[in-house]
Ligand binder design. Structure first.
Ligand SMILES: [Zn+2]
Length: 203
């Protein structure tokens, strides 16, 4: 597998880099991404492929279940750099149906040390959906329930995002919009789950 990656890199240099050398030489001097993507680490959700974007266009942070945890210094530094230095105007939190991290909210991960701690940041999404289903007395398939939890988790992580004072300030100053999306691996489509209404006027 590792040699496949290096073979792929040689093909990239020959077929893409050398062909678009001017673009990559400019890019080597400076990056000007206009979107911060907070997505799941899942190998099936590669941002540049599913959004047809090029190197230099999207600043990326990925973790298990696309979580925004306000005690995560890794993400905090990414956010600070994105907003204060790169002046990125849009942040997307993108979940995906069939997310193993979200499915693990139902599982007993007793043998794992870190996964349950990490997933605590998404647990409220499951609680909210289960309460809603119970309250409405409707019968959903397990897949439908999971899809709702994936969507609710995206909304929850947007809430966490707004807990950062510098994120809130940038939104109030209309310098930043935040968006909640979900990627469907079975169709390739992205569904807009929540769109920031504070900072955006037009869709
Ligand atoms: Zn996932």
């Amino acid at each position: 597998m590792i040699t496949t990656l290096l073979d792929g890199n040689r093909r990239f240099v020959k077929e893409i880099f050398d062909v678009e050398r001017d673009y990559f030489e400019d890019l080597a001097k400076m990056q000007r991404p206009t979107v911060l993507w907070i997505g799941c680490s899942d190998s099936r959700v590669p941002v540049n492929t599913i959004t047809q974007t090029k190197p230099g266009e999207v600043f990326v942070h990925r973790n298990v279940a696309n979580i925004v945890a306000t005690n995560d210094w890794n993400l905090s530094a990414v956010l600070e750099f994105s907003i204060n230095h790169l002046k990125i105007p849009d942040i997307v939190v993108c979940g995906h149906y069939g997310c193993g991290g979200i499915a693990a909210l139902d599982e007993d991960c007793r043998d794992d040390r870190y996964i349950p701690i990490w997933l605590n940041n998404a647990y409220k999404a499951k609680e909210r959906v289960d309460e809603k289903i119970a309250g409405l007395r409707i019968k959903l398939s397990e897949e439908q329930r999971m899809q709702l939890i994936v969507e609710e988790n995206v909304r929850l992580q947007l809430e966490h995002l707004r807990e950062y004072p510098f994120v809130r300030n940038a939104m109030e100053e209309k310098k930043l919009s935040i968006h909640g999306w979900v990627y469907d691996m079975t169709t390739g489509d992205i569904k807009v789950v929540q769109r920031d209404t504070v900072a955006c006027v037009e869709f």
